[in-house]
Design a protein around this ligand. Sequence first.
Ligand SMILES: C/C=C(\C)C(=O)SCCNC(=O)CCNC(=O)[C@H](O)C(C)(C)COP(=O)(O)OP(=O)(O)OC[C@H]1O[C@@H](n2cnc3c(N)ncnc32)[C@H](O)[C@@H]1OP(=O)(O)O
Length: 759
Amino acid sequence: MSIHTHTHIYKLASKLHVQSGYTVIFFKYLICKNTIYTFIVPFLISMLILCQPHLLLVSVEIFLQALEDGLKRADADPSVKAVMICGENGKFSAGADIKGFSSPKRRGIALGPIVSLIERSEKPVVAAIEGVALGGGLEVALGCHYRIAHVKARMGLPEVTIGLLPGAEGTQRLPRLVGVPAALDMITTGKVLCLVIPPKGVKICSLPDVDALFCNSIFLPPGQPLGPRRLSLKPVPKLPNMEAFLSEALVKVKKQAHGCLAPELCFQAVKAATEQPFADGVRREQELFNVLLTSGQAQALQYAFFAERAVQKWTTPSGASWKSASPQPIHKAAVIGLGTMGRGIVTSLVKAKIPVVALEQDLEYLNMGRKAVMFLLEREAMKMEQGAQTLDFHNPARLQFTVDFDVLRDVDLVIEAVFENMALKKEIFHKLSRICKPGAFLCTNTSALNINEIASATSRPQQVIGTHFFSPAHVMKLLEIIYGHHTSPTTIATAMQLAKVLKKVGVVVGNCFGFAGNRMMFPYAQQAVFLLEEGSRPEAVDQVIEDFGFRIGPFRMSDLAGLDVGWRSRKGQGLTGPSLPPGTPARQRHGHRYSPLPDLLCENGRFGQKTGKGWYQYEKAGGRTAKPDPWLHSFLSQYRDTHRIKTRFIDQEEILERCLFSLINEGFDILAEGIASGPEHLDVIYINGYGWPKHRGGPMFYASTVGLSRILAKLQKYSEAHPDVPGLQPSAFLKKLVAMGNPPLKEWMSYLSRPNNKL
Ligand SMILES: C/C=C(\C)C(=O)SCCNC(=O)CCNC(=O)[C@H](O)C(C)(C)COP(=O)(O)OP(=O)(O)OC[C@H]1O[C@@H](n2cnc3c(N)ncnc32)[C@H](O)[C@@H]1OP(=O)(O)O
């Protein structure tokens, strides 16, 4: 804490832009006291996290105490005319140290009273915001009498995303500043606002103007009372239809929450601001905050926050890692195949402003693909409003369509996205290897196929890598990145960098059939179908899974993705279709239980939404509203009769456990084999690619909360009842962890001997 000179203020001020008025955002114009005065509380640490490359974490106690002492000194010192709170190194504050929430010691620390102290100050306090002002950081700014922000500053109350609410009186001050609709939107979604394109009414000053603000007391005439600047004293702006507005908002919040508590409790806290005086609202905020803090969901969401960052620091069993590998720049990319996946990938690249060549096998497919890509891009551009023109996708230098492989000579990276056929993929990779420049990286968008085999068709296997996108590829955040035997660390680093540029979460995994995500999905989907054989219905299974918090249950998902996709893959594996050896029992493959139900549906032309019929019926082909289908129910009965399957009532617990525990069980095998380097990887994959509810932390985190012993016991019980289902037989690694006394998730990997790549 120190008092800074006028010169210092100038230095800071020269980096700031001033906005006046409020339109979308809540910043009022800066008013600052006259010339020589200001006192800077050094970066709001600790709270205060200086973002990368290092963290500057100072204990909350030290920070809060320093802030309190500083404010008191400033109040007592007649030479100080105003106080400016700012951050160091271009960052205001990223809010509280999230790691600290799990510490019981931390729970007693309250930022709210300090924010009140700031607000009560007799001298004008200005928050000078650069970089980020998030969570507690923004709440501090709300306690100030004025806020001034750099035009590129990012501001928000993201507590809801870590399972909390803005518990330092933010739920009470923000609605008083910006009104209930804007406050509710920010607080219940956690969205972070950026003023790169300033809203109407926001004034951007030139640098001399900014200096003038500080030098001349143009905004704050001496002696102007601070009362009207204290948010806690202001009423919440009224709405003519507040009650109706709030009921509608609650419905929306609940619908989007999928069982996550925080958004609804955030809503309740803001509602309290509309109904109660400030002090009572603050008490309500505290009550709700404590509910969330101890809910378990906050821990899961905070785990997910760190897991997403941990997976960026990838390593492979051979010792390659993010530390030593440098990504290569991608100035131009190509996408081969403009089916559903290829279209989404092209769109993603264009959005990331990477020039793209899109290639199809012939003009007919090319034109269909072009139309579809243009449609997607138009839609994306509309969403982007002012930023749309920067996509410039009608410019052939940005996006070129071709059927000519020669055009790929100068690209830095190719993503092949043709359908899942090994022979076809190998043919394409062989061609690419001959045509592309030596440094070009060759990526395959496959959901299961062997990366080594694909790489073997090239003369540069070190530059071949799997990039498994999720549909729709321009929307889904996950990019599963699969290295083969020969993939170089530079290639992995480049794929990870690509994920970042595409605003996706890249997760590096090893090579095996289905990689990590789909491999875990197989036993889950298999259990879902077995449950139908034994007496359940698609809508019952989906309901249980959706009640758990998944966006969509396995049957609705299968209808959406198309049943034909899996059918083609099973035919390729010889599990069904013409290559199935005659005499193979209908419900058995390789000595294990198999359900032909999905194959039978396909044989009946039921491919899901695209044909208007699948596990459900739809209003028309391409329809999206799933309705239980009496045809399917009677088909299931006949099927059970034909195969003499005794049906029984299956309760929700069994549905949930068999689906989820078999998926988790596979996860333990994947960890044991070194396909994923930690449970966080599987959790990040499931949250970002498979709709696993984030407030349950991902499947492996969930397993740790259920208790490994319980999961093991249940798997043992189910595998005894179904000895021909390998997916239910407990993983040796799970058994080992239970035998070791159920260690915490972060220690699991230390119980493994050195992992190796499976293929
Ligand atoms: C009550 C509740 C109160 C009072 C709160 O304030 S709750 C906290 C509210 N704040 C947040 O939720 C902000 C979370 N952080 C972010 O959104 C982003 O990290 C960022 C926008 C601040 C920076 O993004 P970026 O530049 O991409 O960098 P990273 O996300 O990779 O972060 C860099 C490292 O900093 C660690 N970090 C970031 N914020 C926090 C935090 N609030 N507490 C603890 N640690 C934080 C992050 O984990 C990265 O660490 P490493 O991976 O490098 O170890």
